[in-house]
Design a binder for this molecule. Structure first.
Ligand code: IMP
Length: 198
């Protein structure tokens, strides 16, 4: 169905992407088109780790998932770090999104002129005995109101530097040219291609 041409004679390598978020799977597989790597969505019981480090959270979750899945896999953990809030919500982004949400973040920033923020992804790959974490970071501004209907999470209020569109106003392909996740997964895909195909 896909990748026959770019991959040529080479076998497609399939890696499990352990997430309940179908938007992530779509973004990552759109990015991987043209490579010989394909990501298959998988689920595993989630381990909630209290840590200030996205890399540690992703790697601990990946090890926990590997105990269940026993096949090559990746766990992506991302966070939004808002400068004037001292990096909040950072590693707590998922909880903050589910509780106060976008409107809560906008309320916390009411009257604030410094709206700088960075999105960071830590993607933990496990192919025993190998364990590696790949990082991607994109900085920009938190808008004053939500814009756009695409994407997920905080996409409607994140305006990457150099762009006039929020993530939610972009197509998946556009988001992949600038996003934190795409930056992490470009490194991960290049690494896998080197590992598998030399
Ligand atoms: P997760 O735990 O890696 O899924 O990410 C934590 C939270 O950050 C999620 O609940 C999303 O709300 C948000 N998030 C992660 N990645 C993105 C993104 O690419 N765009 C917008 N929000 C995101």
């Amino acid at each position: 169905m896909r990748r026959e041409e770019p991959c040529g004679e080479l076998d497609v390598r399939r890696i499990y992407l352990v997430t309940g978020n179908k938007h992530k799977v779509h973004e990552i597989n759109t990015l991987a088109e043209g490579s010989c790597i394909e990501f298959l969505q998988a689920s595993a019981t989630k381990l909630e780790v209290q840590s200030g480090s996205l890399g540690e959270i992703a790697l601990t979750a990946a090890r926990h998932a590997f105990d269940q899945i026993r096949a090559p896999l990746v766990v992506d953990d991302s966070g939004l770090f808002i400068e004037s809030l001292g990096g909040f919500p950072g590693p707590y982004s998922s909880f903050v999104y589910k509780t106060i949400g976008i409107s809560g973040i906008l309320r916390l920033l009411e009257g604030e002129s410094d709206r700088k923020a960075c999105f960071v992804t830590a993607a933990a790959l496990i192919i025993p005995p190998l364990e590696r974490v790949f990082y991607g970071r994109t900085c920009g501004q938190i808008t004053r109101e939500p814009r756009g209907r695409g994407g997920f999470g905080f996409d409607p209020i994140f305006l990457p530097d150099g762009s006039r569109k929020t993530y939610a106003e972009m197509s998946t392909e556009e988001k992949n040219t600038v996003s934190h996740r795409a930056r992490a997964f470009k490194k991960l895909i290049s690494y896998l291609e080197l590992l598998y195909y030399g």
